[in-house]
Ligand binder design. Structure first.
Ligand code: NAI
Length: 216
């Protein structure tokens, strides 16, 4: 397939297509029309056609989409067919929760080590993955194939540690610390802030309450 620039808005929607198509596959569905997919996903059929046309349009008029093919192609676009080595920095509540989630591996994201500064954690493991001390990080990075660093440490330390990871050659950072990292352009950063999602929820609750007050 020809590779060309795909808008970030489309990229943000792809994981959801991937999830729905995966469920269809599990249920033995071989093909689906954009109209049926539209009903399930609550996205307009024209949005679906437009999005999927970005990849040369896998659909055929009157046939619909081949679920397996589309699922596989979207997986390739999302880079899910390759293995991505990961480490977690910060083995606290959030670090534990992420390390305990087995689902990432199914998609090729393999957790290879967990790092912390708290000496009481040294030598412990989470789901079989060892917790190392931060002074072991440099050597570990040299000897393991790590692409993604997951930052689950306090905000005050996040920038310093992110820069350290960059020095050791990290390609991408999944940042959970509540701070912007401002790293060099060649380092890919994806920020995840659950509280922002919660604020959007709160906004919608307020809007709902407003509307219903007006109805009374
Ligand atoms: P926690 O206090 O349970 O864990 C933090 C861990 O980081 C501790 O084990 C600590 O020893 C370690 N640590 C501290 N400095 C370090 C350093 N320089 N290098 C390596 N490890 C270091 O905190 P929790 O609840 O796990 O939260 C972690 C971070 O994630 C906090 O910044 C918190 O604000 C943030 N957070 C973000 C969320 C999000 O949606 N983005 C949701 C929940 C928490």
């Amino acid at each position: 397939m020809e590779s060309r620039e795909i808008s970030q808005a489309v990229i943000r929607r792809l994981p959801r297509y991937y999830r729905y198509l995966g469920e269809l596959l599990e249920n033995g569905v071989e093909r689906i029309s954009s109209n049926d997919l539209s009903k399930r996903m609550q996205v307009t059929a024209s949005q679906i056609r437009q999005d999927l046309n970005n990849f040369g349009g896998f659909g055929q008029q009157g046939y619909g989409y081949n679920v397996k093919y589309l699922y596989t192609e979207i997986g390739k676009i999302l880079g899910l067919e390759e293995e991505h080595g990961m480490i977690i920095i910060g083995a606290g509540n959030l670090g534990h929760a992420l390390a305990n989630h087995a689902g990432f591996e199914k998609r090729g994201f393999v957790l290879k080590g967990i790092f912390d500064v708290n000496p009481t954690l040294k030598g412990m493991t989470i789901r079989g993955v060892p917790i190392y001390m931060m002074d072991e990080l440099e050597d570990f990075m040299k000897n393991s194939d790590i692409e993604i660093g997951i930052l689950t440490i306090p905000k005050a330390k996040a920038i310093e540690v992110a820069n350290q990871l960059v020095d050791y050659g990290i390609k991408a950072i999944w940042n959970f610390a509540h701070t912007d990292l401002n790293l060099p352009d060649n380092v890919i950063v994806e920020n995840v802030h659950l509280s922002e999602s919660l604020m959007r929820l709160s906004y919608n609750i307020s809007r709902y309450n407003e509307e219903h007050r007006a109805e009374k």
